[in-house]
Ligand binder design. Structure first.
Ligand SMILES: [Zn+2]
Length: 140
């Protein structure tokens, strides 16, 4: 088992686990952006978001919500960012799907998702929406 997250899920590598059930496990990121920065992963090895079955996506998001609520209640977080770096182009470093739960605090120096890229003007929004609708209908 070479995948580091699979080894954590199997209890073969130590991690600061904050939540676990039969399908998902959540543990602290060893390179935290803020206190409580947690990774929520499916226990089964899935590399990409496109590999995630619908029956598992609810468990993943439910666990992320639990962590986010605990970060607010126990750590005083005022907000949270949920981020999936899906694919190398998006900066995915570990090839096992993981959902970052990043607690946010007033004045923590970070921005929103929109601070990641400079932004694009003049895009054909109706055309892009149509292409996405077609892509979604073909996936169903
Ligand atoms: Zn894995």
């Amino acid at each position: 088992m070479s995948c580091v997250f699979c080894r954590i899920a199997a209890g073969k590598l130590p991690a600061d686990v904050v939540y676990e059930d039969d399908r998902v496990i959540a543990f602290l990121d060893i390179h935290p952006l803020n206190p409580g920065h947690t990774l929520v992963i499916p226990k089964v090895h899935l590399e990409r978001l496109s590999d995630l079955p619908d029956e598992l996506s609810g468990a993943l998001l439910s666990a992320a919500r639990k962590v986010a609520q605990a970060a607010a209640a126990a750590l005083g977080a005022a907000g949270v960012n949920l981020v999936v770096n899906d694919g190398r182009a998006a900066g995915q470093a570990i090839p096992h799907l993981h959902l970052h739960v990043v607690p946010r605090f007033p004045g923590d120096g970070g921005g929103s998702l929109h601070s990641l890229l400079p932004g694009k003007r003049g895009l054909d929004l109706p055309g892009i929406a149509e292409r996405l609708r077609i892509g979604i209908s073909q996936d169903a």
